[in-house]
Structures are given as structure tokens and as C-alpha cells.
Design a protein around this ligand. Structure first.
Ligand SMILES: NC(=O)c1ccc[n+]([C@@H]2O[C@H](COP(=O)([O-])OP(=O)(O)OC[C@H]3O[C@@H](n4cnc5c(N)ncnc54)[C@H](OP(=O)(O)O)[C@@H]3O)[C@@H](O)[C@H]2O)c1
Length: 379
């Protein structure tokens, strides 16, 4: 029986992780759960899965859980307890940069990871890769495209690989012109046609920043040069990743568009878990794949530029994006300003080498200062 800790258990990925575990109760024991502020759901989950202990980041909500479940009041003790209880797998379903600390902790202590969070990988890619090379931890990505590529690349000889392709459903505004994007409301941007996700990633999917971030994520996770990573627009979202080999053969991973697929792969690894999902081939009329030009789509261009420059630029971009998405959600800026302002902010950053978490925090601080000034001017 695997001992699992799910961080961010109340979010979209966290809840789906618990759904998969509920279907395979004999295989897993939940030892720890965490959330930011959703104490009610955290308590309900802790009760249902008999979690040994929980952590709630926002202490204002602690009184709600104090009486009902064993809780830890600081993140360090929470992580130490997870290690002491002998966790076999830490699922990182936290949103934003809050995942950095637990990710580093797991790598330092040889705990295996299933990682949905992309902000940590993008901001700290080089540091994580150095740590991974010294660590006994394994890291399985949960993002469906990266999970697909992970599955494909695992069986291949590195020297045979020419390119990798990430697919992209295109989001809700695929066919919109730049003019059409001006009056997109928050509600429209939050309704993704294929995936049910947290607010931040849903907006990133609509602006296509999410796909740009995924390019950076793939660059670090698979140690692939940027010119060998391509994007294909694929509205049916059935093909999640393609690997092109040097002899011209391409291999694709095909699965239902449901996060339970990559989640069950990572939870069960190396065993396959059946979560009952199948591609509905009878319902598919056609499969479309259209090449997305990274030099023409603004969000992809910005992300590739940040990845090319490396150092502090990816971390800067992650934080600036968080700030502009928040500004859009609180209706301070328009939808089509998000990517424009990100380009502007990135132009104002003087990059530096990133060798420690302190450097990453410095990049975040610079993003906060520059993006904050831009927001004051435009909103
Ligand atoms: N959703 C998807 O399908 C999907 C797919 C691929 C990758 N991802 C990535 O996976 C991550 C999570 O996405 P999501 O859509 O599941 O987000 P979400 O629904 O917004 O959930 C975020 C989770 O993190 C918790 N959290 C936030 N800040 C925290 C903090 N400082 N300390 C402890 N817990 C904290 C939240 O707790 P509260 O509920 O209390 O706020 C919640 O449990 C993101 O990085 C996203 O890009 C998501």
C-alpha cells in the first residue's frame, strides 16, 4: 500500500487525485492533505480518507479545523511529519509558487513526486535538474502533455529523439481575431471548452500563456532545446504528446481528455491503474492537428524568449503573469492586455543568473515591482 501526501487537495487536481484514490482504496493510504484556506473541504477530505494530519496555509481559518483533526501549524513541521511517516509519494497539486518549498523538500529527502504545479518547474528549472541528478527521488509530471511525453520518452533511446510536440486544444478563443479579444469578460475567459481547472490556469489557457509555460516546462523536464519543442493545435484534445524520432517515425500518446489519466499513471507507477476512462472513438468525427507557429503567437513568443534568455527570466515571467491574471480577474485590466503587459514587463527586467531560491525570490520581487508600476499606469 502506497503512502500518499496530497498538497493542494482542495483544488481541481487535488480533488481529482482523491477521486482516483477513492476508486483504488486498497492500494493507497492518505497520510497528509493540505490547502490554502478551504478548511471545510479539507476537513471533509481528512475525514473521508482518514488522513493522519493536515496543514492549512491561511491561519485565519485554523479555528475551523482545530478540534476535528490533527493539524500542523507551520509548513516545515508538516513536511517533516510527511517524511517521518514514510511517504512514498508527494502529489504537488498546489497552485502558484507555493509549490517550490515542498518540491525542494521532497528532492532533498528522496521522496518521489507527482507534480502538477508548473510555476515551480519553470521558475527553478535548472536548480531542480541539479537537485534531481543528486536525489533518489523520481519526478512524474501530471500536466497531461508532459505526462504523455514522459510515458513516450521513457521507452526510447535519447539519441533517437528529434523533436517533441505538445498539443493544445486552443482554448475558448481559438478563432477570435485580436479585435474580438478586446471585450472578453472574466466569465467568458473562465469557461474552457475541454478542461475543468482552477481559475489561474484557465485564464492562462485562454491567453495561450499556459502553452508557452508548457514549452518552458518541457525544456527543463526533458532537457530538450527550445527549437526541438513544437506545438500543435488539436481541438479534440485526444492526442496529448508526440515524439518524432530521427528516422522520421512519430509516436503519439492518446487518452481521454481527463486529468484522472495522468494522475492514475503517476499514482500507480510502475503499475497501471484502470480508472474506467476510454477514448470515445464512435463519437469522434475527425481529428485535427494544426501547426502553431511559435514565432507568430505572442504568448508563445514571450515564453520562448524568456526561456532562451534563461536565468531569472522564466521566474520573472511566472510572477508577472500571476499579477496580470489577478488584475484581469479583479477587472482592473482587459483580457487582451494580459499578454501585451507581460511583454512590456519582461522588456523591463535585467536578468541575472539563478543559482538559489534566493535568486528566484529576487526575480519574483523584480516582477512584482515592474508589473505593479505598469498596473498603476494602465488601470
Ligand atoms: N487543473 C488542471 O487540470 C491542471 C492541469 C495541469 C497542470 N495544472 C497545474 O496544477 C496546479 C494546480 O492547479 P489547479 O487547477 O488544481 O488549481 P486550483 O484549483 O486553484 O487549486 C489550488 C490548490 O492549491 C491550494 N493552495 C494554493 N495556495 C496554497 C498555499 N500557499 N499553501 C497551501 N495550499 C495552497 C489551494 O487551496 P484552497 O482550495 O484552500 O485555495 C488548492 O487546494 C497549477 O500549477 C496548475 O497550473 C493544473
Amino acid at each position: 500500500m502506497k503512502k500518499i501526501a496530497v498538497l493542494g487537495s482542495t483544488g481541481s487536481v487535488g480533488r481529482q487525485t482523491l477521486d482516483v484514490i477513492a476508486e483504488h482504496k486498497a492500494d493507497f493510504q492518505i497520510i497528509a492533505l493540505s490547502a490554502n484556506s478551504n478548511a471545510d473541504l479539507l476537513l471533509k477530505q481528512a475525514d473521508e480518507f482518514q488522513a493522519s494530519f493536515v496543514f492549512l496555509n491561511d491561519s485565519r481559518f485554523l479555528p475551523k479545523i482545530k478540534q476535528s483533526v490533527k493539524f500542523l501549524t507551520d509548513q516545515d513541521s508538516f513536511l517533516n511529519q510527511i517524511r517521518q511517516e514514510g511517504a512514498d509519494l508527494l502529489v504537488l497539486a498546489l497552485s502558484g509558487t507555493s509549490a517550490i518549498k515542498p518540491l525542494f523538500y521532497a528532492l532533498e529527502h528522496g521522496i518521489d513526486l507527482a507534480v502538477a504545479n508548473k510555476e515551480a518547474i519553470i521558475s527553478c528549472g535548472n536548480i531542480i535538474n541539479k537537485m534531481l541528478s543528486r536525489s533518489s527521488s523520481g519526478l512524474i509530471p501530471l500536466d497531461s502533455e508532459h505526462n504523455a511525453l514522459y510515458q513516450l520518452l521513457g521507452g526510447l533511446d535519447r539519441k533517437d529523439i528529434a523533436k517533441i510536440f505538445l498539443t493544445c486544444s486552443g482554448g475558448p478563443f481559438l478563432k477570435y481575431s485580436k479585435g474580438d479579444l478586446e471585450d472578453i469578460s472574466v466569465e467568458q475567459a473562465l469557461s474552457h471548452p475541454k478542461w475543468e481547472m482552477g481559475e489561474k490556469i484557465t485564464i492562462d489557457s485562454a491567453t495561450l500563456m499556459n502553452k508557452g509555460f508548457e514549452i518552458i516546462e518541457a525544456h527543463y523536464l526533458f532537457n530538450m532545446p527550445l527549437e526541438s519543442i513544437e506545438v500543435l493545435i488539436h481541438p479534440q484534445a485526444v492526442i496529448h504528446g508526440i515524439v518524432e524520432l530521427k528516422d522520421g517515425t512519430s509516436l503519439a500518446e492518446i487518452a481521454p481528455a481527463d486529468m484522472k489519466m495522468p494522475i492514475s499513471y503517476a499514482l500507480g507507477y510502475p503499475k497501471r491503474l484502470d480508472c474506467g476512462l476510454r477514448v470515445n472513438w464512435r463519437g469522434i468525427k475527425s481529428l485535427n492537428l494544426e501547426y502553431a507557429d511559435k514565432d507568430k503567437i505572442e504568448a508563445l513568443k514571450i515564453c520562448c524568449k524568456a526561456a532562451e534568455k534563461g536565468g531569472s527570466f522564466p521566474a520573472f515571467l511566472v510572477k508577472a503573469d500571476e499579477i496580470f491574471v489577478r488584475a484581469f480577474l479583479s477587472r482592473k485590466i482587459k483580457f487582451n492586455q494580459i499578454v501585451d503587459l507581460l511583454g512590456l514587463a519582461l522588456g523591463g527586467h535585467n536578468g541575472f543568473e539563478v543559482e538559489s531560491v534566493g535568486d528566484v525570490e529576487r526575480a519574483f520581487g523584480d516582477a512584482e515591482a515592474i508589473s505593479g508600476n505598469i498596473l498603476k499606469e494602465v488601470s
